[in-house]
Design a protein around this ligand. Sequence first.
Ligand SMILES: NC(=O)c1ccc[n+]([C@@H]2O[C@H](COP(=O)([O-])OP(=O)(O)OC[C@H]3O[C@@H](n4cnc5c(N)ncnc54)[C@H](OP(=O)(O)O)[C@@H]3O)[C@@H](O)[C@H]2O)c1
Length: 253
Amino acid sequence: MIKFSENEIFLVTGGSSGLGKAIALKINELGGTVIAVARNKEKLEKIKDLSNTPQKMFFEVKDLTEDIENLPNWVLGLAQKYGKMRGLILSAGIMQMVSLRAFDVERAKQLFDINYFSDIALCKGFCNKKVVVNEGGGIVFISSISSIRGRSGVINYSASKGAIDSAVKAMAVEVARNGIRVNSILPGLVDTEMKGEVGDNIPPERLNEILNKHILGLGKPEDIANITCFLLSNNARWITGQCFVVDGGASLS
Ligand SMILES: NC(=O)c1ccc[n+]([C@@H]2O[C@H](COP(=O)([O-])OP(=O)(O)OC[C@H]3O[C@@H](n4cnc5c(N)ncnc54)[C@H](OP(=O)(O)O)[C@@H]3O)[C@@H](O)[C@H]2O)c1
């Protein structure tokens, strides 16, 4: 059984919705303290109401694509405000359905800003000795099976997730000496607002085809929260630099 203590603090981006919200609530349920980050204050306030330990659920309203260069300092400021951190979970992200014909550099840069650059800048901040707890910590990126499976209309989204999966391996080697472990999770289709966006942008028969590939059915946010908490816990103390497919079997065919 995984347990966290109150003084184990986890920074969760995208904590207001979908996978990030489920991860934030699960960490609270297991005893840990959460700082949830997103742009929408009302949504963040709602997760405090949903938590069984609201006194251990904090939130910060922030657009992570504004002033990316300064994100490491922002994380340092959070450590000074809340205390040193045990984990960083990177779940903020967007999906863009854009065909090759409609490729647009500025739009692709917006995607990479939130899906990749802000994540790496946050890791830079987290790996500072003044931020991460002395015994080391864990970083979990939420990637996607789009990084390993071909699908039309998601060239840049897939590339942003592929960039993460490659970065995980290099970063794991670089930060291991500081006791920090780095892993990513590649979910299949999970029932969140983002799944709705996918459904709105492809024909119903194509959506059905994707759903049918999930031989264990569509994922629930808790399915991703469970493995995230395992990877953040001491039970995973010998696991780093790995990319875990959690997709109800979708990538098998
Ligand atoms: N759902 C799936 O089927 C699925 C499958 C594979 C991978 N994933 C990945 O899982 C991650 C989470 O997806 P989800 O399904 O939970 O999506 P979601 O429900 O749309 O949540 C996305 C989160 O990111 C935050 N966010 C977006 N842009 C931001 C910005 N500029 N600054 C700060 N926060 C920002 C959103 O909050 P605000 O809008 O309030 O800022 C929200 O909390 C994403 O990286 C996604 O690519 C999802």
